[in-house]
Design a protein. Structure first.
Length: 218
């Protein structure tokens, strides 16, 4: 994983935890990064617990299905069941998709945690600092960009996750400028798909596209 992708994930957690970033007088970024990593890994641990329960339910379902299959009902009680064909229902497919998604999120969280806490790797922390300081110095301008292009939306009533994703991306587009436009926008869309609502990616993409045009970014 690239350090900047990890930094964006952690910055999103940081923004979600702090409503008054611009009023902070001192940034202890080591503690901030650690807190964000802990939040990310704790969320993953909770999802893993839920996934483990779902796996147990699936296991019990399969065992019961096997035991009640006509082939095994005909066998003597004191012998082991034999494997039987099992139809892959849409319900089972949906459960497996959920488990795969949780596994992917957990691996990502562990990768981010490792990258962020390695003492010799300061790229993640440095990029979080850049994003946070850019927002702290330019919050009003950044929020004005969101207000301008979020037609019919009150910025104070936007889904907070969407607002924070937009703030991070606009910080990068206008002030940090250390990554290609396409990468910044694509990463913002991935965050929206991962953490926000079904409609968030399209909403975020529309606003960022207008920010790019408005500011003649290339």
């Amino acid at each position: 994983m690239q350090a900047r992708r990890a930094a964006r994930e952690l910055a999103l957690i940081l923004f979600s935890q702090m409503d008054t970033i611009e009023n902070l007088n001192k940034w202890d970024f080591q503690d901030i990064v650690l807190k964000s990593v802990r939040t990310l890994t704790n969320n993953s641990a909770d999802e893993l617990k839920a996934a483990s329960a779902a796996i147990m339910e699936m296991k019990e379902y399969i065992e019961e299905y096997e035991a009640n299959h006509p082939k095994n009902l005909e066998r003597p009680i004191d012998v082991s069941n034999v494997p039987v064909p099992m139809p892959m229902t849409s319900d089972m497919q949906g459960r497996l998709d959920d488990l795969l998604n949780i596994a992917e999120k957990t691996m990502l969280a562990l990768e981010i945690a490792e990258m962020a806490t390695l003492e010799e790797n300061s790229d993640v922390k440095e990029y979080i600092v850049k994003i946070a300081n850019a927002f702290k110095a330019n919050k009003n301008t950044i929020d004005e960009q969101i207000k301008k292009f979020a037609f019919g939306w009150d910025i104070n009533r936007l889904v907070k996750m969407d607002k924070d994703i937009l703030r991070i991306a606009i910080c990068e587009l206008l002030y940090v400028q250390d990554a290609p436009l396409k990468v910044i926008i694509d990463e913002a869309l991935e965050l929206a798909k991962k953490y926000s609502t079904d409609d968030s990616a399209a909403f975020v993409n529309g606003i960022l596209g207008k920010v790019v045009i408005e500011n003649n970014l290339k």
